[in-house]
Design a binder for this molecule. Structure first.
Ligand code: FRU
Length: 531
């Protein structure tokens, strides 16, 4: 009797063990994976701990890309802002450094930029060093509370040791507040043609341009934007730089201008303007002269790419610029279901400018080329065909790591080519995205993508993006990490970036279509190799 009981007990133990192993394999229980394993991205920058928003002060120097970021090191929601710091050599693996700039009695350290000053125009180096000069906004929270309207001003910090440590300039602030509540986010750039530094900052409903010879004395040159483009919210985090048009010698200036709220799909987003700069004034090109509030010049149509700006001092050719944005949206950034840290950046992207046949200019973005050196080709196929009604599995976790995935392929765009991709797992979580050719637009639907109830606006409606290319082949590039999808259509002419929080890891990516035959051309599936 006792023997039988023991045998039964042992049997039960074995069955339970097998059963729970099965569960682990199927990832049926989300609590088997902790937040770190489930949600910490593999190759997107996230702070080790606590809150992050905008990228700041990005510059390249001596083989290292520096990224600073709006950081609240004491909490996982927005708070007193510091400049956190991280560096990378390959743009996909990051090394977090000690905090670079701390708030002080003049205020929190809001967003801004940094430039390398090799000629020491700033005279901040006394012993032959190369100064790196940062400009940020002081946000005086105390003055704001007391009812002041002039609590934001611009200030400088500099580094004489290649960006490791930072000293605040003793003449701060370098630009006093002229009486504008929202007066912030200075972005500096060397203007080679006019031999001057130019800086743009956001002033509520417009961008202000300043010029300087020495980075410390600044003069207001002009303003732009009051009656142009989207104005559903406050303008923030501009960027302003020259770029050569692809395949030509023509140079244009790009003004990147984030705003919140008022983006194409609601909340925070980033529009851009293309034009000429005469050293004082920015004039948009003819096709953008009377750009209405509803327009299609958005750097990214997805909901999660905000406050993005470009690196200074890179060694890219003159027709490229390296960009990165904050992969979240103020609508829900403080509520996303991670506790240890909050928010991640997009992957770095190369921007380039294309002049189209109709004389409009479009800013394209593609993953930074460094991605190639970590992309391991897993599968390639010239043409994959399926008959009507069937689905095509493009990738699944048995063959490739779904959270380090890069796919490239082409789809024929026929009159009724409605393509739907479904990224899913065994828990029933499903992120849908694709293209609807009768509406000529892309979409993302994260309504069933996992955790969505932390905010009313996260999955309230689908996001859309108009397709501006006309080719009958649609080029698609998809970058997948644990909690983000970055979609580059038509070589980056239209981009959509969104985050999502599945209950267990996504395991399958399928494609279905309403067309007669489902055909995918030049399919390439890569796994990103990170060591
Ligand atoms: C944009 C922004 C900036 C500001 C910073 C404060 O997300 O509001 O305008 O400098 O965040 O953290």
């Amino acid at each position: 009797m006792l023997m039988k009981k023991i045998i039964n007990f042992l049997l039960l133990l074995t069955v339970t063990a097998i059963w729970s192993q099965e569960q682990i394999k199927n990832n049926k229980f989300e609590n088997l994976l902790n937040e770190e394993e489930l949600y910490r991205p593999n190759f997107h920058f996230t702070p080790q701990k606590n809150w992050m928003n905008d990228p700041n002060g990005m510059f390249f120097y001596k083989g290292k890309y520096h990224l600073f970021f709006q950081h609240h090191p004491e909490g996982n929601t927005w708070g007193p802002m510091h400049w956190g710091h991280a560096t990378t050599e390959n743009l996909f693996q990051w090394d977090q450094k000690p905090i670079a700039i701390y708030p002080d009695e003049k205020g929190y350290i809001f967003s801004g930029s940094a430039v390398v000053d090799p000629k020491n125009t700033s005279n901040l180096a006394k012993n032959g060093e190369t100064p790196i000069v940062a400009m940020f906004t002081y946000h005086n929270a105390k003055a704001e509370k007391e009812g002041s309207e002039t609590f934001q001003s611009q200030a400088i910090a500099y580094s004489l040791d290649e960006g490791k440590t930072w000293e605040k300039y003793e003449g701060n602030p370098v630009i006093e507040n002229p009486g504008i509540r929202d007066f912030r986010d200075p972005k500096m750039q060397w203007d080679d043609e006019h031999e001057q530094w130019v800086m743009v900052l956001a002033a509520q409903d417009k961008s202000l341009f300043y010029t300087s010879k020495n980075l410390t004395d600044w003069e207001l040159a002009s303003e732009f934007g009051k009656e142009i483009g989207a104005h559903g919210g406050v303008w923030e985090c501009p960027d302003f730089f020259p770029i050569k048009v692809k395949g030509s010698d023509e140079t244009k200036w790009i003004l990147i201008q984030s705003l919140n709220p008022g983006a194409f799909n609601g909340g925070s987003g980033t529009q851009y303007f293309v034009g000429d700069f005469d050293g004082t004034t920015f004039t948009p090109v003819a096709s953008q002269k009377e750009l209405p509030a509803q327009h299609s010049y958005w750097l990214d149509f997805g909901k999660d790419n905000y406050a993005g700006v470009t690196w200074s001092n890179t060694n890219l050719p003159e027709n490229k610029r390296l960009f990165l944005g904050w992969m979240s949206n103020w609508q829900y950034a403080e509520k996303v279901p991670t506790k240890a840290w909050r928010s991640s950046m997009t992957i770095p992207r190369e921007l380039y400018l294309v002049k189209k046949d109709d004389d409009t200019y479009r800013l394209f973005s593609e993953p930074a080329k460094q991605i190639d050196s970590i992309s391991k080709l897993i599968h390639t196929e010239k043409t994959v065909k399926k008959s009507r009604g069937s689905k095509m599995v493009l990738a699944n976790s048995a063959e490739v790591e779904m959270d380090k995935l890069r796919l490239k392929f082409k789809l024929p765009v026929l009159a009724k080519a409605n393509y739907t991709f479904n990224l899913s797992n065994d828990n029933g979580d499903s992120l849908k995205f694709g293209y609807n050719s009768s509406e000529k637009r892309f979409f993302i639907d994260r309504g069933a993508s996992g955790k969505i109830n932390f905010s009313d606006t996260f999955a309230e409606k689908n996001s859309f993006a108009p397709r501006s290319a006309n080719d009958d082949l649609l080029e698609v590039e998809i970058i997948l990490d644990k909690t983000s999808i970055e979609l580059f259509y038509d070589n980056g002419e239209t981009v959509m970036t969104e985050i999502f929080f599945p209950n267990s890891p996504m395991t399958t990516l399928e494609l279905s279509s309403l067309t007669k035959h489902l055909k995918v051309k030049d399919l390439k599936i890569y796994e990103l190799q990170l060591n």
